[in-house]
Design a protein around this ligand. Structure first.
Ligand code: HXC
Length: 256
């Protein structure tokens, strides 16, 4: 995992993309390391994950040098390679928070959008500049941006390919909050910590319900919820959480 660092603080895993010389641009190796970092996360002892970038960039996109000589087949395969990993992050059992410390361009914005929650520093810059390189977004940008910020603004950003700063990203709903660079990681850890204090099986079921529900119509979506809601009653934490409420106490959830 040469290009991706993993640390654990309590129940929170921190994944740092670490290729600062290329502003953390994603080539095949970085993507493989990113996947390996997620694969290695222990679901018994981890309850939330924070993804960030080393240095002044979150991720400045897919590696343009590596893409420059690709054939159509290679381009499609590269898109699939990244898409599969980002989808794995999107459907990862635990909540994933993107702490966007700088450039989140192209594949970088697409990585951020694969995470559940995005917060950023006031130095962050977002965009899908691919059309300026003669390509479309290829790691999910044409699909996720519209789902997150609405299709009208997403089309403007994708067609015109201009970048936006943190305040605009907040305004359009691409991020939930903006912090100073020093406050960003503490804020991400605080939010992850809040999530980690809740009943882990319930949190996981919430993520699954919200993700799976988006893929089907409302009639099916509420059934998705019913099943995951019902499943919570198999857990000890449901019993502990409700007992604690009724006894005016506070539950320490066991992830069981
Ligand atoms: C490869 C990159 C890179 C990238 C930066 N670098 N972004 N290398 N791929 N996406 C490298 C630069 O070449 C340079 O290397 C070093 O990082 C520092 O970058 P500078 O440009 O010198 O930094 P700065 O002047 O601060 O400008 C930062 C920047 C600019 C505005 C972010 O680097 C930039 O525009 N980068 C490209 C952003 C982009 O277009 N991303 C979308 C890519 S397409 P050297 O060796 O010269 O020091 C994409 C498609 C995804 O993501 C889907 C694929 C299927």
């Amino acid at each position: 995992m040469g290009f991706v660092k993993y640390e654990q603080e309590g129940f929170v895993g921190i994944v740092t993309i670490d290729r600062p010389k290329a502003l953390n641009a994603l080539n095949e190796e970085v993507l493989k390391d990113l996947e390996a970092a997620f694969d290695a996360i222990d679901l018994d002892t981890t309850r939330a994950v924070v993804v960030t970038g080393a240095g002044k960039s979150f991720v400045a996109g897919a590696d343009i040098g590596a893409m420059s000589t690709m054939t159509a087949e290679e381009g499609e395969a590269f898109g699939k390679f990244g898409n599969d990993i980002f989808r794995k992050i999107e459907t990862f059992p635990l909540p994933v928070i993107a702490a966007i410390n700088g450039f989140a361009l192209g594949g970088g914005n697409e990585l951020a959008m694969s995470c559940d929650i995005r917060i950023c520093s006031d130095k962050a810059v977002f965009g899908q500049p691919e059309v300026g390189l003669g390509i479309t977004p290829g790691f999910g940008g044409t699909q996720r941006l519209g789902r997150i910020i609405g299709i009208g603004m997403a089309k403007e950003l994708v067609y015109a390919g201009y970048n936006i700063k943190a305040d605009k990203a907040l305004e359009v709903g691409l991020v939930n909050a903006v912090y100073s660079p020093e406050e960003l990681m503490p804020a991400a850890m605080k939010l992850a910590g809040k999530i980690a204090k809740q009943a882990p099986i319930a949190v996981r079921n919430c993520k699954k319900a919200m993700n799976d529900g988006l893929q089907v119509d409302m009639d099916q979506a509420i059934v998705v919820e019913e099943k995951l809601f019902g499943d919570c009653f198999n857990s000890e934490d449901q019993k502990a959480g409700m007992k604690a409420f009724l006894e005016k106490g506070k539950a320490e959830f066991q992830n069981k």
